[in-house]
Design a binder for this molecule. Structure first.
Ligand SMILES: Nc1ncnc2c1ncn2[C@@H]1O[C@H](COP(=O)(O)OP(=O)(O)OP(=O)(O)O)[C@@H](O)[C@H]1O
Ligand SMILES: [Mg+2]
Length: 240
């Protein structure tokens, strides 16, 4: 089991993000604590990807602040993110992982063993030498997960990791996420898929137009949503 880590909780305190006249995130306060996955839901353009980028420390808020384990400007040593459309290096699957290990500053002596271990973990042991860009969508998503895990993160941000995958590929990716979460890595995942939210969430944060409209334990959110927006979203109505 992993020791409590210095990255958590990730706390948003009055965070807003603006781009010119556009408000992308509007006064968000929330805490991402150790434990079961936090799932971000909300319609297209509601701010899920932007929230994940801020939580990863990739961009500063325009207003408010973010702290990791109580610290501002904490170096992102134990954080990793898989983007909505992960870009594969024009190299083999194994070389993509070795690149991530180098980027994480892991001593070269351990790279070969760790690369094999990560490829096995995501079920790509037989495809180590395949050009990463020739892998299927689901295989690329699994390779992206392996690359993110290369830095042995304590918190893993996932941006719609199963969007556009079929049920078999989705299950393969979800099995990996489940294994990651079982290793006490905090998973924070954006998804459009309410079924996926139901399968994973310890708690749910729903965004709409850059605001948190409702947040709380998954069971109460899904069974007894309190806001009209959450009720409409859960009923499959189009939120605009
Ligand atoms: N750099 C930027 N400049 C202006 N607007 C931006 C910028 N980045 C994002 N936006 C806008 O902010 C809003 C939120 O975008 P974001 O990608 O965070 O939403 P999302 O919930 O992840 O959407 P999706 O479900 O489609 O992935 C969108 O309307 C987007 O067009
Ligand atoms: Mg997005």
């Amino acid at each position: 089991m992993r020791a409590p880590c210095e990255e958590l909780p990730v706390v948003f305190d009055g965070v807003s993000v603006t781009a010119g006249p556009v408000t992308i995130l509007d006064n968000i306060s929330l805490s991402l604590a150790a434990g079961a996955p936090t799932v971000l839901i909300g319609p297209n353009g509601s701010g899920k990807s932007t929230l994940l980028r801020i939580a990863m420390g990739l961009m500063p808020p325009s207003r408010g602040r973010v702290t990791w384990g109580g610290r501002e400007n904490a170096p992102p040593l134990k954080r990793a993110i898989v983007f909505q459309r992960p870009a594969m290096l024009r190299r083999s699957a194994a070389a993509n992982i070795r690149f991530a290990l180098r980027a994480a500053g892991i001593p070269r002596a351990g790279h070969a063993a760790r690369t094999s271990e990560l490829l096995e973990l995501v079920g790509l042991g037989g495809l180590a030498d395949r050009a990463a860009r020739r892998l299927s969508g689901g295989e690329q998503q699994r390779l992206a997960l392996a690359r993110a895990l290369a830095r042995d993160p304590a918190v893993l941000f996932l941006d719609e990791p199963t969007a556009s995958l079929d049920p078999t590929a989705t299950k393969a990716v979800e099995d990996i996420i489940r294994a990651v979460s079982a290793r006490n890595i905090k998973v924070v995942m954006a998804t459009h898929d309410l079924g996926e939210a139901r399968r994973f969430a310890g708690d749910i944060v729903m965004l709409h137009r850059g605001r948190v409209v409702e947040a709380g334990p998954a069971a109460s959110f899904l069974d007894t949503p309190k806001t009209a927006e959450a009720r409409a979203f859960l009923a499959g109505e189009l939120l605009i």
